[in-house]
Design a protein around this ligand. Structure first.
Ligand code: SAH
Length: 213
């Protein structure tokens, strides 16, 4: 199986679907998705689809991740919070984009998934990521404030604790809706106001806890 060729094909597809951010596209070409996909599905690694990773969870569809990462306007040195580590793939992409001076705190509620992703991230030599086992819908108060926050599971509203932990002028991206469909929201915090942009409909597994749809 030629993973490199499959990966390049996927990137061409992402470009055709409208992804323009060069840093995001570069991250997709550098981080091996097949490394985060269960062995039984390794051949499907570079298809533009979500795949099961066990515990009823999924590794998100590449296009969906690309939309979210582009919306976050990530740059080197960003301090980022992710809710829903899952396989760790999205975390690895963010880690690559924010570089050595950046820092990512990623939260996961299933301890086994956190442990697996921690191992993968360390095997790839990514040192700017900390995987934390906790209810990420409440954020990770200890390291606040964050310049960017990403939620990779469906919530019924933008979790207020996360908005609180976001820096002024910071950006938060989250899929908000019911169990069957969610609208991707890009939220910019400007003083006490929130500027909200809608980025289309997607389907995610639910975020457990107080904001579960
Ligand atoms: N970003 C992931 C995809 C995540 S799927 C990837 O790249 O693979 C959503 C993940 O959110 C699942 O692993 C699920 O266990 C986790 N999750 C659900 N509710 C959560 C919560 N309240 N806090 C932290 N993680 C949660």
């Amino acid at each position: 199986m030629d993973f490199e060729e499959a990966r390049e094909k996927l990137i061409t597809e992402l470009k055709l679907e409208g992804i323009k951010d060069e840093k995001v596209l570069e991250a997709f070409s550098k981080i091996p998705r097949h490394f985060f996909v269960p062995k039984e599905m390794i051949k499907e690694s570079y298809l533009n689809i979500a795949l099961p990773i066990g515990y009823g969870q999924t590794i998100s569809q590449p296009y969906t991740i690309a939309v979210m990462l582009e919306a976050l306007e990530l740059k080197k040195g960003d301090k980022v919070l992710e809710a829903g580590t899952g396989s760790g793939y999205n975390a690895a992409l963010i880690s690559y984009i924010i570089g050595k001076k950046g820092k990512l705190f990623t939260t996961e509620i299933v301890p086994e998934l956190a442990e697996k992703s921690r191992k993968k991230i360390s095997e790839l030599g990514l040192k700017n990521v900390k995987v934390v086992v906790c209810d990420g819908s409440l954020g990770y108060n200890k390291e606040k404030p964050y310049s960017k926050i990403i939620v990779t599971a469906a919530c019924k509203e933008v979790p207020p604790p996360l908005v609180k932990q976001l820096k002024n002028n910071g950006i938060l991206v989250a899929p908000v809706g019911n169990l069957y469909e969610q609208e991707m929201l890009k939220v910019k915090k400007i003083g006490k106001k929130l500027d909200i942009k809608k980025l289309g409909f997607f389907v995610f597994v639910p975020l457990k806890g107080a904001y579960e749809p």
